[in-house]
Design a protein around this ligand. Structure first.
Ligand SMILES: C[S@@+](CC[C@H](N)C(=O)[O-])C[C@H]1O[C@@H](n2cnc3c(N)ncnc32)[C@H](O)[C@@H]1O
Length: 506
């Protein structure tokens, strides 16, 4: 899972669970995890039954939680739920309350946030829900896991969000909410359907019944109601948080909070698999600076969450598949190691480079062009002046002179570090770690890759990045995103690589 590198640093699912072991240990998971002839486990993330089997056995194995959902209702995925809870844990670290009390607005039948909050963090939770069936199921989940002393489930009516749901005289440390994102069924079906003929449906079409996913006005109106309540409740809840499904929703909400004089406003990004969500937090406590969390994360240089992005117009010759193939071939040319994800309508991979081959290549191509020009010039000259020796390109090289007429030594002295690399002896080309057939998912023998990998491990990593190629929300555009993860080349190397790829794709 390439994007998993961008998960919260304490998220236990940064490393993908061992599906083989899960299939051995959990018969209900085994039904969905099919082993192919090569021994690889195939798992269909589009199948909500399969995703629920995975979540259920991970809850059991990793948190000792036995959870049920109302059939057909929202199937929670654990990496995202934990990313959100871990961010709240970071926010609470800012003032370290002794006994944490939180609220989950719209807990759903799974009651996942309060269950994890109580089990993993020992927090006390109040949770609300409007759907009768979901409320009953959430209550059963609390009882079945012997957590009634930590979690109370409250049935509320649609007109209530926070004000009216809180216990009298209680101060809460935080509130959280995964709101219904969509304004109507049309918006919901847009999410699940292909938006252009060339586009396959997304891998993770939202699970759940409409009442869980749709709310009048969509997430922005729902969250605006939470903000309105927070303006009344002020410090009754110390830190207000919500999850946001669309990035475009963030700006007007932040504006609304500023207008209402929130003392501090912070945002974050939750990355997991192919789904990205955002977190919004605010407080009315003067002096509590919520941005300290993001700042300290930035200081730790965990990741650059902001991707370097390039948009490619989808025309006849630029289908996702063809761009994907070109991209893989470019990366192979650059001898960049690629770890490709099995994917449907998008390409995801982790890239590893041990030197800056893209600066090399740019320079090499420039030199080749120059060489060609000089060759044709010298051909003309030799034709003109009889008896003159023709210039042989290779003899030039063997004498240690490059086409600019300078010696290798001269050039390296006058160049910066990157330029000097242009004169390193050429490395033998790696066999294709990733071939064009990979869009059809043919992989190189893993043993071969391991061998290459162990040889290269001795070298320092110059750039490790996550690359995503996907049909963007805008029609007729393919988006290429590059996320810097780590490496001695820094973000600048990622930026340069994207520029290089961009030029090659053009
Ligand atoms: C997207 S689901 C989230 C369920 C669960 N928290 C999760 O993350 O899997 C939103 C939930 O909010 C509930 N809901 C909608 N309006 C509500 C309100 N005014 N108060 C409490 N819950 C509400 C819906 O019934 C639904 O269960």
């Amino acid at each position: 899972m390439a994007m998993n590198k961008l998960m919260h640093p304490r998220n236990p699912y940064k490393k993908r669970p061992d599906f083989k072991q899960l299939a051995i240990d959990f018969p209900e998971f085994r039904k969905y995890a099919k082993q192919d002839l090569s021994g690889k486990i195939n798992f269909n993330f589009k199948d909500h039954g399969a995703v629920w089997a995975l979540t259920k056995c991970l809850l059991q194995r990793d948190f000792d939680l036995n959870v049920e959902i109302v059939p057909g209702h929202l199937v929670p995925t654990l990496p995202l739920r934990l990313n959100y809870l871990l961010w709240i844990e970071d926010l609470l670290e800012l003032y370290r309350p002794k006994n944490v009390i939180g609220i989950d607005i719209g807990t759903g039948s799974n009651c996942i946030y309060p269950l994890l909050a109580a089990k993993k963090f020992n927090w006390t939770m109040l949770c609300t829900e409007i759907d009768i069936e979901s409320t009953k199921c959430a209550m059963r989940n609390v009882e079945n896991n012997y957590l009634s002393d930590k979690i109370s489930v409250k049935a509320v009516t649609e007109d209530i969000i926070l004000d009216g749901a809180l216990e009298e005289d209680t101060f809460y440390d935080f509130c959280m909410c995964n709101p219904p994102f969509f304004a109507d069924s049309e918006e919901l079906s847009m999410e699940s359907k292909s938006r252009s003929p060339s586009r396959k449906p997304p891998n993770n079409a939202p699970s759940g019944v409409p009442s869980e996913l749709i709310t009048p006005g969509g997430e922005s109106v729902f969250i605006a109601r939470i903000i309105a309540d927070s303006c009344v409740l002020q410090e009754r809840v110390r830190i207000y948080t919500v999850m946001v499904g669309k990035k475009s929703t963030l700006k007007p909400l932040k504006e609304m909070l500023r207008e209402n004089e929130a003392c501090s406003i912070a945002t974050t990004m939750f990355c997991q698999g192919r789904t990205t969500r955002w977190g919004l937090a605010w407080t009315f406590i003067p002096g509590l600076d919520l941005n300290q969390v993001e700042n300290s994360q930035k200081k730790n240089k965990q990741h650059s969450y902001v991707p370097f992005q390039y948009k490619i117009q989808k025309v006849d010759e630029n289908t996702l598949k063809s761009v994907q193939e070109k991209l893989i071939s470019i990366l192979n040319d650059l001898q960049i190691e690629t770890d490709l994800e099995d994917c449907g309508n998008s390409l995801m991979m982790t890239l590893k480079a041990f030197e800056n081959t893209w600066i090399n290549s740019r320079r090499k191509r420039r030199m080749e062009k120059k060489k060609e020009a000089e060759m044709s010039n010298s051909d003309k000259t030799s034709q003109e002046s009889e008896g003159k020796k023709s210039i042989d390109d290779t003899s030039c090289k063997s004498e240690g002179t490059n086409v600019t007429g300078k010696t290798e030594e001269d050039t390296s002295k006058s160049s910066n570090g990157n330029e000097q690399q242009a004169h390193l002896p050429e490395k033998p080309k790696l066999e294709n770690a990733c071939t064009p057939e990979m869009s059809g998912q043919k992989r190189t023998n893993p043993d071969e890759l391991d061998e290459k990998h162990s040889k290269r491990q001795k070298l320092e990593e110059y750039l490790v990045a996550s690359l995503m190629l996907k049909d963007s929300d805008e029609l007729d555009v393919i988006t290429l995103e590059l996320y810097f993860i780590e490496g001695t080349g820094g973000k600048e190397a990622a930026n340069q690589l994207l520029t290089y790829v961009k030029n090659r794709l053009k």
